[in-house]
Design a protein around this ligand. Structure first.
Ligand SMILES: [Zn+2]
Length: 140
């Protein structure tokens, strides 16, 4: 493997470690900030992936919102990973909105799979997080 192959495909300036790819890269940070902003939370990103996975669900206090938030963070990690692979293997392009949109569409599919009463689409979620919060609060 050459030195360039080990560089992050998003920024081409840092080594692609899991922490860099999923948290510290400016692009990934922007994805997380967009997700946080969409949900209406202000929060800092932890330094490590372990901390992210452990602390992240705790920033949402309601039990059902927390469960949904955990799913959203899984979709975010998955979305970053899939975009990375799309760029590496399919000459995909870096696009924050596309990545964010894919994350929310996946969340809508996953939640509908878990509960057929979840009827919001990815486009509904893109417009606002109000519906998903309402759905969570109805389950409480
Ligand atoms: Zn990077």
């Amino acid at each position: 493997m050459s030195a360039t192959q080990a560089l992050c495909v998003f920024c081409s300036s840092d080594l692609e470690t899991s922490e860099h790819l999923f948290i510290h890269c400016n692009f990934s940070r922007s994805v997380w900030m967009k997700v946080l902003d969409w949900w209406g939370i202000q929060y800092y990103l932890p330094r490590t992936l372990d901390s992210l996975l452990l602390q992240w669900p705790e920033i949402v206090h309601d039990k059902f919102q927390r469960s949904t938030w955990r799913l959203i963070s899984s979709s975010t990690i998955w979305g970053i990973w899939l975009l990375r692979n799309k760029i590496v293997f399919e000459e995909g392009t870096l696009n924050l909105f596309d990545c964010f949109s894919t994350i929310l569409h996946r969340v809508a599919i996953w939640l509908h799979t878990q509960d057929s009463n979840f009827t919001y689409t990815g486009n509904d979620l893109l417009r606002s997080s109000d519906g998903i919060k309402l759905w969570c609060n109805k389950k409480s």
